[in-house]
Design a protein. Structure first.
Length: 115
């Protein structure tokens, strides 16, 4: 399923009682902030959701699929995503849980350090 910024803004507009213009500005500000954090700090952690990180990829040999001509694919930086244990557990309810995640009657919660 693909969710667009417009759909996110419409959801905010309907549920939060803001104007549509404010909802669009909130969505844009959120994504601008995410982009800025990832570019400046090479990482963004969203609690109970996951972690976006920038990874360096080395140059590697490649081949033109049309001509078969070999060439070098340049080094580059890519953004990767790692799901949090809570998100993984929600996506896979039948698999064994990580020790950091425990089931409660209301759903899944991340176990605190003190427990």
């Amino acid at each position: 399923m693909t969710v667009t910024k417009v759909e996110l803004a419409n959801h905010l507009w309907e549920t939060m009682g803001t104007t549509h213009k404010e909802a669009v500005q909130m969505v844009e500000a959120f994504f601008d902030n995410m982009r800025e954090c990832i570019v400046e700090h090479s990482e963004l952690m969203l609690s109970n959701f996951g972690r976006f990180a920038v990874r360096d990829k080395a140059p590697r040999p490649g081949r033109n699929p049309i001509t078969g001509q070999p060439h070098v694919i340049k080094a580059r930086r890519v953004v990767t995503f790692s799901a949090s244990p809570l998100l993984r557990a929600r996506c896979n309810p039948d698999l064994p849980l990580s020790p950091k995640v425990k089931r409660r009657k209301s759903g899944l919660n991340v176990a605190s350090e003190a427990e």
